[in-house]
Write a protein that binds this ligand. Structure first.
Ligand code: DQA
Length: 147
C-alpha cells in the first residue's frame, strides 16, 4: 500500500485560532482526520507530522526514504525562506505536492515566492482545508500513474 508523509510546518498547530479570516476555523486535528478518511477511500496510508522547527522537518524528509512514496507538505512560512527544506526534498527525490490554505499569490509580496515549488510536482493554494484533500488526491493519482 502506498504510504504518504504529510508534513505541516510552523504555526499550523494554531489552526482554528490563528487568523481565522485568512486560514478558516478548521483545526489541524480536523484536517488530519479528513486526510486519514480520504486516504482510506483512496487505498493509501498517511503519516502526519507537524513541527515548528526547520531541522525536524528536514530530518523527517530524510527519514522518508524507503518508508513513504509521496510527500504532501504545507511548509508554512518556511515555504518562503527555507533552502534547507527545498534541498532535502530535492535530495530524497520523493514526489512532493505543496499545499497552502490561503492563496499565497493574493497576499503580501514576500509570500509570492516558494522555494519548494521548483522541486514539487505541483502546488495547490487557496482552497482552505480543501487544499490538503485536493493535494492528496493529486499526489495519489500521480503515484498511481507512475510505473
Ligand atoms: C500558508 C501560507 C504561508 O505564507 C504562511 O506563512 C503560513 C500558511 C498557508 O497554508 O496558507 O503559515 O502556508
Amino acid at each position: 500500500m502506498l504510504s504518504i508523509l504529510v508534513l505541516h510546518g510552523p504555526n499550523l498547530n494554531l489552526l482554528g485560532l490563528r487568523e481565522p479570516g485568512v486560514y478558516g476555523s478548521v483545526t489541524l486535528d480536523e484536517i488530519n482526520n479528513q486526510l486519514t478518511q480520504k486516504a482510506e477511500t483512496l487505498g493509501v496510508k498517511v503519516s502526519v507530522l507537524q513541527s515548528n522547527h526547520e531541522g525536524v522537518i528536514v530530518d523527517a524528509i530524510h527519514a522518508a526514504i524507503g518508508q513513504h512514496q509521496g510527500i504532501l507538505i504545507n511548509a508554512g512560512a518556511y515555504t518562503h525562506t527555507s533552502v534547507a527544506i527545498r534541498d532535502a526534498l530535492a535530495g530524497v527525490a520523493i514526489p512532493t505536492v505543496e499545499v497552502h490554505l490561503s492563496n499565497i499569490y493574493r497576499r503580501e509580496a514576500f509570500r509570492h515566492h516558494s522555494y519548494i515549488a521548483p522541486v514539487a510536482i505541483g502546488q495547490i493554494s487557496g482552497f482552505g482545508a480543501e487544499s490538503y484533500r485536493l493535494g492528496l488526491l493529486a499526489l495519489v493519482e500521480f503515484l498511481n500513474k507512475t510505473p
